[in-house]
Design a binder for this molecule. Structure first.
Ligand SMILES: Nc1ncnc2c1ncn2[C@@H]1O[C@H](COP(=O)(O)OP(=O)(O)OP(=O)(O)O)[C@@H](O)[C@H]1O
Length: 738
């Protein structure tokens, strides 16, 4: 892979000359012409996934700086590889070769396992055709397997309550052999709306048997081509609220415009790379059930090779999901002919819209709108979605509103006016749908607060994470805190990962994947992870620092309790924070006094147990501080980081130093290895010492933390009657880890 390849090359450089012999000489190859191949997630230990967010890697490349520009040296270019393949390929051009020309669907680690009870008759059909050209025996096999599949499907249909579905209104359906299968439980009847059979099949396969509130309200409006502003709680299904009608529109347009249209149906913007990849994957889950030719949903974000992304757009995808920064970069470098295709695009979506149009973030989007035209001029439909619209957004955007209550008092009309000024909707009166006007934090989130000294947050955090092992996100306000807390928690034996915007993209994605793969893992993140991320079954959200805005509190807390699940949000709050910022936060969140007083339950702490953890904390801090000091490398040159991001490779700090000639590390004092070893030994013996009941209680298991907190009995999770018998065995020595 690219990172490894670069590491090999650079180390071989310093170790002496390369072996000569059969190896081809290296030449300078343009970035885009390197022999890229898809990154396999298997090397991250996640065998379930076939690809890695469209990330590509390349072997045997060395990076050199010539006259201040990065040069890539490789023995083979993409052209060479393609020519070699052509020479090897049979001259008659097999069906398989033709098939490989088809654009592969988006594959990412968000991929879920295929649903068992769904049969994709179209793809089977295609497979059959490919095999027919291979030889007769294979035709028979193919037919036989089709028959088996048909019988299997029929049996499954009987046992699982699946029913045949035909698209209403098409008389030829009665003559058609091909039928889609949907569960009898499926009820997506919406006013004046008929969804295509492929969409209903997808929803059935996903087990989304009925629309969520926001979906039920918004889908019919979008299908009548209205501009829509949609607001609903976190985790309430907003992505498909716009995704389903966009795919439905694409189906209808593809049927009415012949030959096939060459411009995207929809352009969707999201504020972070991770969110863009997630939206892409989510839409792809519905898209793949359609009988489409050509490219479907593509993700365009920074941190991945820009030329590759430009090629994705050149393949005429139906839906483009992008971060504004990268999309603008592509547009700016492109011809006017390339840009013009977006003027014809039917729908523009802003997901997490309040963030996208905030001051400081809107410039890029504004430039994009200048280049591709706004709704009013192009008659393009504009859809705007978020869980938060009327609080901080109003305060920040409307300079005329100066009162501190302005955010809370802002009416829908006010929000609409501001959005209209920024985006210039096609309709004079866009439809404003607020599916939960009274709700701020999603109803299923149990909010709680733990009071602690400002200097003791690490102790209280460890106490919570140790007592309630579960998939948890810890939100902090600075990158430095992520860098400090992750090694600190790891020293304490907790499976912790970091996520912040200063990480190279590949590391960000790997952190997310590892977080998803382990149901007890802890992600320490800045607010880059606060919006939109839909990771199933995050049990707990901890606000290590008070969020800077009420909206951010809502988004952070909304990473738990999604799609009807329960979850706990815990705010660690120092006396200083409680006296000022917390009061302000609560005022912004809860409109009436009663809710203000009761919404955040006090999280009871068992102080005896907490005190017994102190020696561990002291040692772990000493160790992580020592490690942090000796590995601190200084700032990477920004230009190099950008080049590395565009390449999609990980460079180690040593490699970066080799390229930049940075010798800072060499001047650093040697790491006090002896001290570190002895500190670690002390910590290990502390961790072995019985302190009580750590790790005895699972949120999803013996104790439902959400219910405990709601009933004001969080301390009973380990002290109360419910757990007496378990407590009796607590003071025994915990099993040592193998
Ligand atoms: N009709 C449905 N029935 C059941 N689950 C659904 C349905 N629609 C979407 N979901 C699931 O609900 C979860 C949350 O959806 P989504 O990420 O779109 O929420 P959201 O409202 O955009 O949240 P946020 O505001 O945090 O971005 C996803 O896992 C999604 O697969």
């Amino acid at each position: 892979m690219a990172g490894k390849a670069l590491k090999r090359k650079l180390s071989s450089k310093s170790n002496g000359p390369q072996k000569s012999g059969l190896k081809k000489a290296k030449k300078t190859v343009a970035l885009d012409n390197l022999a890229w191949k898809s990154v396999d997630v298997a090397d991250g230990g996640l065998d379930d996934f076939e690809g890695f967010y469209g990330l590509e890697e390349v072997d045997g490349v060395s990076v050199e700086v010539e006259n201040g520009t990065l040069k890539f040296k490789a023995a083979e270019s993409k052209e060479d590889t393609e020519n070699e393949e052509k020479e090897k390929a049979p001259t008659n051009g097999s069906a398989k070769n033709k098939a490989s020309e088809k654009v592969a669907p988006y594959v990412s680690p968000f991929a879920e396992e295929e649903e068992d009870d769904y049969e994709d008759s179209d793809s089977e059909e295609n497979q059959g055709e490919e095999e027919e050209e291979e030889g007769e025996s294979e035709i028979d096999e193919s037919k036989e397997s089709k028959n088996k599949t048909a019988k299997g499907a029929e049996n499954k249909k009987k046992s699982s309550g699946l029913v045949s579905l035909k698209t209403p209104g098409n008389p030829f359906d009665l003559l058609e052999e091909t039928e889609s299968e949907v569960s009898a439980e499926l009820d997506w009847s919406l006013p004046d709306t008929t969804l295509s059979s492929s969409i209903l099949t997808a929803l059935s396969a996903l087990k989304f048997y009925k629309p969520t509130d926001i979906q039920a309200q918004v889908i019919p409006e979008i299908l009548t081509d209205s501009d829509v502003i949609g607001k609903a709680a976190t985790g309430s299904g907003k992505t498909l609220a716009y995704g389903i009608p966009i795919i439905e529109k694409h189906i209808r347009l593809s049927e009415s415009i012949k030959p096939a249209k060459k411009w995207p149906t929809a352009l969707i913007f999201g504020p972070t790379r991770e969110l863009v990849h997630q939206i892409t994957k989510h839409l792809e889950q519905v898209w793949k059930y359609g009988n489409f030719t050509g490219s479907g949903v593509v993700a365009i974000t920074g941190g991945l090779a820009i030329q590759k992304q430009r090629r994705l757009i050149d393949n005429n995808p139906a839906i483009i999901v992008a971060t504004p920064g990268r999309f603008l970069e592509i547009l700016t470098e492109a011809t006017s002919e390339f840009r013009d295709q977006f003027k014809k695009c039917e729908t523009l979506v802003l997901d997490e819209a309040d963030r996208l149009i905030q001051e400081g973030h809107f410039q890029e989007l504004e430039k994009i709108l200048d280049l591709i035209g706004r709704g009013r001029r192009t008659r393009r439909q504009t859809l705007v979605f978020s869980a938060t619209f009327q609080r901080d957004l109003m305060k920040k955007l409307d300079s005329k509103r100066t009162s501190s209550n302005a955010g809370r008092q802002a009416s829908n009309a006010g929000a609409l006016k501001i959005l209209n000024e920024k985006l210039e909707f096609k309709d004079k009166n866009p439809v404003f749908i607020d599916s939960n006007p009274a709700e701020s934090v999603a109803r299923s989130v149990v909010e709680s607060i733990m009071e602690c000294g400002a200097m003791e947050k690490d102790l209280y955090l460890y106490y919570f994470l140790l007592t309630y092992p579960a998939r948890s996100i810890v939100f902090v306000n600075s990158i430095d805190t992520v860098k400090r807390l992750v090694p600190f928690l790891k020293e304490l034996g907790l499976p912790s990962l970091g996520l912040h915007s200063d990480m190279i993209q590949k590391q960000r994605l790997r952190s997310l994947e590892r977080f998803k793969a382990n149901d007890k893992s802890i992600l320490v993140a800045t607010d880059v992870a606060a919006r939109g991320l839909d990771i199933p079954l995050i049990d707990h959200v901890v606000h290590y620092h008070l969020p800077r805005t009420a909206d951010m509190y809502i988004h952070r807390s909304g990473r738990t309790a999604r799609a009807g699940n329960e979850g706990v949000s815990l705010l660690l709050c120092s006396p200083d924070e409680a006296s000022g910022p917390l009061i302000k936060l609560k005022r912004a969140l809860y409109k009436d006094n009663a809710t203000n007083k009761t919404a955040m339950k006090t999280f009871e702490v068992e102080y005896d147990f907490l005190n017994r953890l102190k020696p561990r904390i002291t040692l772990a801090k000493q160790i992580s501080d020592t490690v942090n000091q000796s590995t601190h490398k200084g700032k990477t040159d920004a230009w190099l980081k950008k080049a590395v991001e565009d390449l999609g490779v990980d460079l180690s700090d040593d490699e970066i130093e080799n390229i930049t000639g940075d010798r800072r590390k060499k001047n650093k004092p040697e790491q006090p290895k002896g001290d570190l070893r002895s500190l670690r030994a002390q910590l290990q013996s502390e961790l072995q010492r019985p302190v009580g009941h750590a790790g005895k209680y699972l949120t999803r298991g013996t104790v439902n933390l959400a219910q405990m907190v709601t009933s004001g009995k969080s301390h009973q999770a380990f002290l109360g009657k419910e757990q007496t018998s378990a407590l009796e065995s607590l003071n025994t020595k915990p099993k040592s880890k193998k």
